[in-house]
Ligand binder design. Structure first.
Ligand code: FES
Length: 71
């Protein structure tokens, strides 16, 4: 589970989620999740045609030199 915190900015609650390289998360957009801000599949029970926002962070970290194949 990614690290997240709720912060209030000018009277509005913002959920700040820390996503690591190579990680994929599903954020609730239907407001029905019991694990908000993360999707728990509850959107399947609603009559709205809406699902989660999928956030995927590519891992473009260069491999360590010792992990590189020999040429
Ligand atoms: S539970 Fe809200 S989008 Fe999945």
């Amino acid at each position: 589970m990614p690290e997240f915190r709720a912060v209030e900015i000018k009277g509005h609650i913002r959920h700040v989620v820390k996503v690591e390289a190579g990680e994929k998360i599903f954020l609730c957009r239907c407001y029905g999740s019991k694990n908000f801000p993360f999707c728990d599949g509850s959107h399947n029970q609603s009559h709205h045609n809406i699902g989660p926002a999928v956030i995927e962070v590519e891992d473009d970290t260069p491999q360590a030199e010792e992990d590189q194949p020999a040429e």
